[in-house]
Design a protein around this ligand. Sequence first.
Ligand code: M6P
Ligand code: ZN
Length: 188
Amino acid sequence: MKVLEPEVIHHIQGGVLEGDNAEKYTKYYKEVKELYSGRREDDPVVYEVYSYTKGADVLGNLNWGLTVLKPVLIDSECNMTKGHFHVNKDCAEIYIGIAGEGLLLLMDEKGNTWAEKVYEGSLHHIDGKTAHRLVNTGDRDLKVGACWPTSAGHDYQAIQDKEFGYRIYKRGGKLEFAKRQDHVDELR
Ligand code: M6P
Ligand code: ZN
């Protein structure tokens, strides 16, 4: 029997994805500056996303991803990913906290917004109809692994049309949750 080396290695302890088939993109602050309420003059890296898949066009196949969210503040607002709904609402996703501390901001289709704490070992099942955004509330990189179907697709427009109900700030070491003006919590 042939015994092969894995195509990609996820160095869980302090590392990232490594291998010819691992992909990576880097988001700079200026590419996503409209996410935040305040402004910065410089242009730091805000997050990196690594991913690995095979046969993305085969229904039922999966992606593995790693998000590395930097511990930067934008005028006291905690750094966050863009966040998205899935285009295909039948596709759920699992997140696993790997390092750092943060919140997984979740929003249903009505706009109800809540959060789950993220830290090493925390597991999060994200329903296919629920928007999801990571927020780094700690002082070091927040690393989160993710597994989702290749057929899920990212719907960013729906988030621009109906933003998450809360912004998260850190002032004097304390978190503050600011409800958006037009937001009404119906369920939670
Ligand atoms: C995780 C997964 C990816 C997602 C990435 C960054 O790795 O959910 O699908 O692209 O986080 O999140 P976003 O696309 O919302 O910026
Ligand atoms: Zn997703």
